[in-house]
Design a protein around this ligand. Structure first.
Ligand SMILES: Nc1ncnc2c1ncn2[C@@H]1O[C@H](COP(=O)(O)OP(=O)(O)OP(=O)(O)O)[C@@H](O)[C@H]1O
Length: 290
């Protein structure tokens, strides 16, 4: 569905000493995104996730490298491919003076939907994201979760086949987050390919069929969350030391238990299944979001 080949993005940058230079935000990234999957781009702050989405959705041009949708290169088929793509940005960017319905209407016009199509599609989408009740409310009055759902509705107005979501649940409470996850799963079941970025590892583990982990613009891991955990070892022994928590990974529970039995840790040892956060910390050396 999407092929990303050796994508690079550099930005002009001044060093501490004021010298002009360049910063590489995305560094020779290659990926294949399959039709119908939920794909997650995971990484610490500044890893290059937003920059990647912005290149894939034509908001900025790559410095080098190529992007293909269904075998067609984005650079030479931009107009045609635009209609395939829906984008849910990280930051809310509605017209704050308009109502919920008016915001969708404006977007539908931008996508050249006919008057009859517009009203039917807006009704259908408001129903889908459960916002029909607030169609005539100003967007200012919506809660954070409602705004995020409205962003999703807006991105779907032209029935895109691929939906990009940049940090879809950032700053939302756990209940609202779960509701957004359910919505994303439903879209994927209905055949939409989903590409999302997140620095919430739990979100990627629960939601994504496959993830890529980015660090300083480079892809350092790719695969199903379960496969990445298994690569490290299916079981983790975790214990407290003077320097903080320590971890060791083992292929099975017996090996983990044998190791745990030999240790004399004061803080107590815990044996548990390895999770994606362990893989993330092991690969990036950082805790989530740091
Ligand atoms: N327009 C820009 N000009 C200069 N540098 C930029 C620009 N956009 C991004 N960068 C730099 O590129 C790097 C990657 O940024 P990006 O926003 O893609 O990271 P991210 O993984 O999305 O992080 P976050 O989770 O904080 O949003 C950062 O070092 C950032 O400062």
């Amino acid at each position: 569905m999407i092929t990303i080949d050796q994508l690079v993005k550099t930005f002009p940058h001044r060093t501490k000493a004021g010298k002009k230079g360049e910063k590489t935000a995305v560094d020779h990234l290659s990926l294949d995104i399959h039709a119908g999957e939920i794909f997650g781009l995971l990484g610490p702050n500044g890893a290059g996730k937003t920059t990647t989405i912005r290149m894939l959705t034509m908001q900025i041009r790559p410095t080098s490298g190529r992007i293909f949708y269904d075998g067609k290169e984005l650079k030479t088929h931009a107009q045609e491919l635009k209609s395939l793509i829906g984008v849910v940005p990280q930051h809310v960017n509605f017209d704050q003076d308009l109502t919920v319905g008016e915001n969708l209407e404006l977007h539908a016009r931008l996508h050249h939907l006919s008057r009859a199509e517009r009203s039917a599609r807006i009704r259908e989408l408001l129903d889908y994201v459960e916002l029909s009740e607030v169609v005539n409310d100003g967007v200012r009055r919506l809660s954070g979760g409602m705004k995020r759902r409205l962003l999703i509705a807006r991105a779907l107005i032209h029935r895109p086949r691929i939906l990009f979501l940049d940090e879809p649940t950032v700053a939302l409470d756990p209940q609202v987050r779960r509701r957004i996850w359910e919505m994303i799963r439903r879209l994927a079941r209905e055949g939409v390919t989903v590409f999302l970025t997140t620095h919430y590892i739990e979100e990627a583990e629960i939601l994504c069929d496959r993830v890529a982990i980015l660090n300083q613009g480079r892809r350092i891991a790719l695969g199903a969350p379960k496969a990445l955990c298994e690569k490290l070892g299916r079981f983790t022994v975790e214990w407290e030391t003077d320097e903080g928590r320590s971890y060791r990974f083992f292929p099975n529970r017996q090996c983990a238990a044998a190791f745990a039995a030999e240790q004399e840790a004061e803080g107590g040892l815990q044996i548990r299944p390895t999770n994606l956060e362990d893989a993330f910390i092991d690969l990036t050396g950082r805790k989530e979001g740091l």
